[in-house]
Design a protein around this ligand. Structure first.
Ligand code: ZN
Length: 139
């Protein structure tokens, strides 16, 4: 009777231990899966970047729309960056990328003349900011 009970308890203890070990093992495996998924994700990203910068001739036109969306988003980033520069009262030299005051017409670092085109970009950013201010105040 006592031997039977002891055996039963031993069996139950073993089962609980196995279940705990299994749960720990599953968590460990799941975390490895998620690490491998991150690897795949970052490789997809690298393939995309390699394609974008090296394989512009897209004969099957599979990527035309996506490439254009990237170009549009990059243009918007540039536009927003220009607005930040305008708010800060700075501009970047197109040649050496140094930070210059907005009213500078020549870069003191490399001597490049700041072209009218760049000034127009700043003014356009300024105008569109003013438009936004109007729409905000009318809300
Ligand atoms: Zn410069």
């Amino acid at each position: 009777m006592l031997v039977e009970l002891t055996e039963k308890i031993n069996k139950m203890t073993k089962e609980v231990t196995n279940k705990t070990q299994n749960a720990v093992e599953v968590v460990r495996l799941q975390s490895r899966i998620s690490r491998e998924k991150d690897v795949v994700e970052s490789l997809y990203k690298k393939i995309g970047e390699l394609y974008f910068f090296n394989c512009k001739q897209d004969e099957n036109k599979l990527f035309t729309k996506l490439v254009k969306e990237i170009a549009d988003a990059n243009a918007e980033i540039q536009n927003l960056q220009d607005k930040i520069h305008h708010i800060k009262g700075i501009q970047l030299c197109a040649a050496c990328n140094e930070v210059l005051k907005q009213d500078m017409r020549f870069c003191p670092y490399c001597g490049t003349e700041i072209t009218e085109e760049q000034i127009e970009i700043v003014e356009a950013a300024e105008e569109s900011m003013e438009e936004k201010n109007i729409s905000y105040s009318s809300i």
